[in-house]
Structure formats: C-alpha cells, structure tokens
Design a protein around this ligand. Sequence first.
Ligand SMILES: C[S@@+](CC[C@H](N)C(=O)[O-])C[C@H]1O[C@@H](n2cnc3c(N)ncnc32)[C@H](O)[C@@H]1O
Length: 272
Amino acid sequence: MIERRLRLIGIGPGGPDDLTVTAVNALNSVDVFLVADKARGVDDLVSVREEICRRHIVGDYRVLTVPDPPRDRTPERYGAEVRDWHAARAAVYEKVLCEEVSGDETAGLLVWGDPSLYDSTIRVAERIRDRGLLRIDYDVVPGVSSVQILAARHKLVLNTIGGPITITTGRRLVEHADTGADNLVVMLDGHLTCRGLDGDWNIWWGADLGTADEELVAGRLHAVLPEIEQARARAKAARGWVMDTYLLRRARPGPFTAGSAADVVADRWGTC
Ligand SMILES: C[S@@+](CC[C@H](N)C(=O)[O-])C[C@H]1O[C@@H](n2cnc3c(N)ncnc32)[C@H](O)[C@@H]1O
C-alpha cells in the first residue's frame, strides 16, 4: 500500500501572527503544501496564507494547487451535497498525494482558524483514509479560531458561569433561539440573520478578526445593527472579503454592559 504523511495545520483566522508555536514548528516540517484552487478567486485570502508561510517558514517548500470540485448549493440537498463534495475532494487530494508527492515528503494543509470548527479538512482526510488506496498518517495541529479572537477582543468569557454555549451557523440561529438557547456564537452568517430575532439580545460582533481591517461592535442588538452593517461594508471594501462571527446573549433588564462581569452579578442573584 502507498504511504503518505499529511499534516492538517490550524493557521488562525487571518492574522499573520495568530498561530501557535506548535503550528509554526509544524509548518516548518512540511515539504509540500496542498492548496485548494478555489482560494484563487479571493486573492487576499491566498495572500494571507502566503504571508504566513513567508513569515514563519525557514527553508524551502513546494506549493501544489489542487483543483476544488464544484459544489451543488441546492438548499434542499444540504447535507447530502456536502458529503458528496467531501467525497469528491478526497478523490482529488488522493490523486495529488499519489502522483505529485513522494513517500519521503511530508504534505501539509493550511486550515483557516482551527480545524475542529466548521471546517471539512479532517473529514476529507478521513475519507482519503477510508478509500483504502493510500495509508495516510495524518495529524491535526490546533489553531486559534475566530471565536477565540472574538472573545479576546471583547474581553469576554463565552459562557455565563456554569452555563452552556451554543455554537451554530446563521442558517440554524432562529431555530436554536426559538428552542431556548440564550447564549450563542454564530458563524457562517453572510446575512446577519440575527436581524430577525425577537426579544432583547446583546451582541458582541467582529469581522476580519486578526487582520489590519478588523471591525468590532458591541451593544444591544437592535440598537447597534446599523453600526454593524456599516462596519461590515467597510471590512468588505477594505479586503474584498468579509468574515464575521458574533456572540449573542439574551439581554437582562438594565443598560448594556460590555464585558462578562454582568453575568457574575446575575449568577449571585440566581438568575442564570
Ligand atoms: C468555514 S468557517 C471556518 C471557521 C474556522 N475554522 C475557525 O476556527 O474560525 C468560516 C467562518 O468562520 C468565521 N471566521 C473565520 N475567519 C474569521 C475572521 N477573521 N473574523 C471573523 N470571523 C471569521 C466566520 O463566521 C466565517 O463565516
């Protein structure tokens, strides 16, 4: 059986220094990086990755562009469609690993943020393994996720004391809020779905976190939405792309408090 070594390396969400030392060491152990061709449509995202490699890698490495299979984005097929896409990606990566990487090289994939959060790279590696042609020895190097940068910028603890946190997508936000979730991190929401939520909520929002064009807004949701919309438009204009993440928490009576201290008071009163 053909054997290949593959490292899935979390590189943080855009800031060239938002990587762990372990990730930097992992980057330096890679001979050949496999980069999905779809990224070429967003030149700035490519240049962020290139800058990270330039800044942190000492020595030579190769970059192989891997064609990304097209995705059928029919909403009714979401799930089945994502699984088909992972299978197609696995086949393409398997081919490149067999034909363009040698057995004594280490291949690497640069994973945006952390590989454990809304990212398909681990699933694709499992698919390659399960196809059975290659014996791949792969490991996962954690990265700083956009959620961690969001919390740090707003000086927040994500959970209320002893309380749960729901991490979800814009697509599922309303459903979770309707069934009682009251402390949520929302990712993959290009439409600010929170606009449609009923009731009083606080929001801590951030876009293009870690980059020089980072934007932050916090406050009562419906009061700060216009400010968020403007900040989102600015971030998009600055880089040609915008990625935003936000924490939503049901508001308690009284004025908005920026940090986590308000929860401590609420817990003492037994209201959390
Ligand atoms: C496909 S997911 C990848 C998440 C990534 N694995 C992580 O750990 O942050 C993309 C979503 O992550 C969030 N995201 C990624 N980079 C971001 C950034 N620099 N600033 C704000 N949100 C970001 C956004 O919600 C975006 O829609």
